[in-house]
Design a protein around this ligand. Structure first.
Ligand code: C5P
Length: 217
């Protein structure tokens, strides 16, 4: 069974998807991490970020695994490195390239085959798994998302203003919404969940209840 969780950065997708998968004992697929991994390998191998055919070939040629909450590429743990600002920036052209998205769609479908999976991204319900049992679009107001990111950055000891976070966030949202292929949008039959003012556990409880209504687990 497949449950898709899409939505903008900062809506709480990752923590919700991870907690939901753990609660159900299902696999968790972080598709943003997959695009990030391709960007990292492209920089490592000197592949130009505007060579979409070479990027797609790279995506098909590497092995990405999720092991115990870590992201492992060709046997190397890249979990920390793929979250750096350098990789966040390099991921944009990688995720915008239609041949890369085609390759990712194939890879993600292959990874999920025959499994119970909670998959998280931007296009999982709308493009990659249109027949998923449950499609959720998780969102929150721009202010709430920026406030959460600000708390995270402050906790990491980084000093960055709320205004700077809001500006960067609206640029990312715009890029996600307007990309020619794989634009972020709820599937027609997605359930929209607004997470403003909701604790992560409450969101997970709500999703577990929705899955129970489907007759599983
Ligand atoms: O979610 P995260 O910030 O890790 O995503 C990294 C990048 O990959 C973002 O630029 C996002 O737009 C892109 N992405 C995508 N399709 C997905 C998941 C992420 O284009 N399914």
């Amino acid at each position: 069974m497949i449950v898709t969780l899409d939505g903008p950065a900062g809506a709480g997708k990752s923590s919700t998807a991870r907690a939901l998968a753990a609660r159900l004992g299902w696999c968790y697929m972080d598709t943003g991490a997959m695009y990030r991994a391709v960007a990292l390998m492209a920089l490592d191998r000197g592949i130009p970020l505007d060579d979409s055919a070479a990027l797609a070939e790279l995506a098909e040629g590497i092995t990405i695994e999720f092991r115990d909450g870590r992201v492992v590429v060709d046997g190397h743990d890249v979990s920390t490195e793929i979250r750096t600002d350098r990789i966040t920036q390099a991921t944009r052209p990688v995720a915008d390239a239609p041949p890369v998205r085609e390759a990712m769609k194939r890879i993600q479908r292959r990874m999920a085959e025959g499994m119970d999976v909670v998959t998280e991204g931007r296009d999982q319900g709308s493009v990659v798994f249109p027949a998923a049992a449950l499609k959720v679009f998780l969102t929150a107001s721009a202010e709430e998302r920026a406030r959460r990111r600000h708390c995270e950055e402050t906790a990491r000891g980084k000093s960055v203003s709320l205004t700077a976070i809001l500006t960067a966030q609206s640029q990312r949202d715009e890029g996600d919404r307007t990309r020619a292929v794989g634009a972020m949008k709820p599937a027609d039959d997605a359930i929209i969940v607004e997470t403003d003012g909701l604790a992560p556990e409450a969101v997970v409880d709500r999703l577990v209840a929705m899955i129970a209504e489907l007759g599983r687990p």
